[in-house]
Design a protein around this ligand. Structure first.
Ligand code: DC
Length: 218
């Protein structure tokens, strides 16, 4: 029996996780946030004071860490770290960890295993191009840098974090650049992905659009 795989990719702040979660709810299937896995490892790198450029030490850490995404929670060595992985210092450093090929291989293995025996909506950067190349539906979300920065800024402000719009914008631009320019599984839309620009769309608009694509309309 084969399971349903829906890939949702796109740059930071394009609305991936909000949209992917809602699609999973509507279809009553499992949501998997792959960015949370790279963030959890980055958090562990930071709390262990490992230099972000020390690739060998980061790979070694990845090998001996247990990183799982289960029922909307991200686990790092059996602890839930949902809040910690959203800290600005993790966002600033995560792309440096995610560009290491051996790190990606370790985490992609876990991601593929999660999709082996259940229907999934998986969000990330390389789901349609690499992790689940045969996904039934591939969505690539985009939005302008200004709009994506606005969304991320208000998300962080709502959590009470002390950030400036300018810092958030710079972080998004830097992350996009590293994610797009890395050699192994970069951020790019799959040839067979449906691209949706979410700049002027509400969350419900986007979810409706994807639901109608799934039902065979456009
Ligand atoms: O989706 P996010 O912002 O939580 O992702 C955090 C970082 O993780 C992102 O800047 C790049 C990386 N990432 C990746 O390289 N591949 C994925 N499948 C998901 C995230």
């Amino acid at each position: 029996m084969s399971y349903v795989q829906i890939a949702v990719d796109g740059p930071a702040g394009s609305g991936k996780s909000t949209i992917a979660k809602k699609i999973a709810e509507r279809l009553n299937i499992t949501y998997i946030d792959t960015g949370a896995m790279y963030r959890a490892l980055t958090y562990k790198v930071l709390i262990n004071n490992i230099d972000i450029e020390n690739e060998d030490a980061i790979i070694e850490l990845a090998r001996k860490s247990k990183i799982e995404f289960l029922q909307d929670n991200i686990y790092l060595d059996n602890d839930i770290v949902n809040e910690e992985i959203r800290l600005p210092k993790v966002s600033k450093n995560v792309s440096y960890v995610a560009k290491i090929p051996q790190v990606r291989k370790i985490l992609v293995d876990v991601q593929r295993k999660l999709a082996l025996n259940q229907d999934v909506v998986m969000d990330g950067r390389d789901i349609g191009t690499y992790v689940l190349k045969d996904a039934n539906l591939k969505i690539f979300l985009t939005a302008t840098v200004e709009e994506r920065s606005r969304r991320r800024y208000s998300e962080l402000k709502n959590k009470g974090l002390d950030v400036t719009f300018d810092d958030v914008r710079k972080d998004i631009i830097n992350r996009d650049k590293i994610d797009k320019e890395r050699k192994f599984a970069p951020l790019i839309e799959a040839d067979d992905a449906i691209v949706i620009d979410t700049t002027d769309l509400s969350v419900e608009d986007v979810v409706d659009k994807i639901t109608s694509i799934l039902e065979g309309g456009q």
